[in-house]
Design a binder for this molecule. Structure first.
Ligand SMILES: [Zn+2]
Length: 336
């Protein structure tokens, strides 16, 4: 028996073990159970090709798919004081931060970038649910405000991709203060007549829903995203009643007038381009690149993209008379 377990089994295992195959080559869809090839899944923006289930996507991957040619510039965010309360639960807050930074490769739970989508310049911010559940702390507040200020300086729209488990409890009241801070920032955008579009992704909950995620001029959500202040389980326990099917999901909220659109992630870019150009009073987006005229030498062709396109040179002052009709989708969830 010893001979079998000590010699034969390890030998067989070493013959059949393929150490050169990474174990993250396949991802199982949590909805339909299909095994999805890793590369195909990331080309499909983390959407299941079988059942269209939208999985979490990191801000960096999202921006790579969103911006023209995957090119974007990060907007610098002011660092807040770290661990102001010297908070400790099972772990110290700085230890949790370090673990999250190591796991995600990101500095914090929100990434802000500027660039062009469909030749329309925008500033976009995205929350990273894999970073401490995308929780809203002082850095996220700073990032949001940095994005808004950049959008105002560039006179371009601000697009927010929200995903959060709520406020960051390790920062206590200081995290809750980000709700009024971001609301004031949105007011600044409104005074500058610039569109603010929110894309709600799964899940957007708590203090984020109660502040900037519900204050967009246009509210778009990804399919089947959970969008709520308090989760369905908490509500069920409180009111002791069974909640209707699909409660607090994107489609349900669209039917009940909380959202304007529910859009597939793969069609999100085109939809955003259309909406933002319409709000900005710009002509429709250029559908594709024209081939360079024949007979030109390569030097000239290389220089050509530097010149301003009609799209970017369009009158910027035209940004949004339609803004005036922007509906106040006030933080209804806050009143719950
Ligand atoms: Zn699936």
């Amino acid at each position: 028996m010893n001979w079998i377990s000590n010699y034969v089994r390890p030998t067989i295992n070493s013959i059949f073990k393929r150490s050169d195959v990474p174990d993250n080559l396949w991802t199982k869809c949590p909805e339909c159970g299909t095994m999805l090839f890793h590369r195909e899944l990331s080309e499909n923006q983390q959407v299941c090709s079988n059942c269209d289930h939208h999985m979490n996507i990191t801000p960096r991957d999202r921006f790579a798919a969103l911006f023209d040619g995957g090119i974007f510039t990060e907007v610098k965010v002011k660092d807040p004081i770290s661990d102001p309360l010297q908070f400790r639960d099972q772990k110290k807050y700085p230890d949790r931060m370090r673990a999250a930074q190591k796991a995600t490769g990101e500095k914090e739970a929100m990434l802000v970038a500027e660039g062009e989508i469909g030749r329309t310049s925008i500033v976009a911010a995205a929350q990273d649910f894999s970073f401490m559940a995308g929780s809203m702390g002082m850095y996220v507040g700073n990032a949001f405000i940095a994005g808004v200020e950049r959008a105002i300086a560039k006179k371009c729209p601000f697009v927010m991709f929200s995903a959060a488990g709520g406020a960051r409890m390790q920062e206590g009241i200081l995290s809750l203060m980000q709700m009024p801070r971001t609301t004031v920032a949105i007011e600044m955008l409104r005074e500058a007549n610039l569109p603010y579009v929110v894309v709600l992704t799964h899940p957007t909950t708590g203090g984020v829903t109660a502040s900037y995620a519900m204050l967009g001029d246009v509210q778009i959500a990804e399919p089947n995203a959970l969008i709520c202040f308090a989760g369905p389980r908490v509500i069920e326990q409180t009111i002791r009643e069974k909640l209707p099917e699909g409660f607090q999901r994107a489609e349900y909220l669209l039917d009940h007038g909380m959202l304007d659109r529910v859009t597939d992630r793969r069609k999100m870019k085109d939809e955003l381009v259309t909406i933002l150009r319409m709000l900005g009073g710009l002509p429709p987006a250029v559908a594709g690149e024209l081939p360079p005229p024949a007979g030109l030498d390569t030097e000239f062709v290389e220089e050509a993209p530097v010149s301003k396109t009609p799209a970017t040179a369009a009158p910027k002052g035209a940004v949004a008379d339609s803004q005036k009709s922007a509906k106040p989708v006030a933080a209804a969830a806050a009143k719950k």
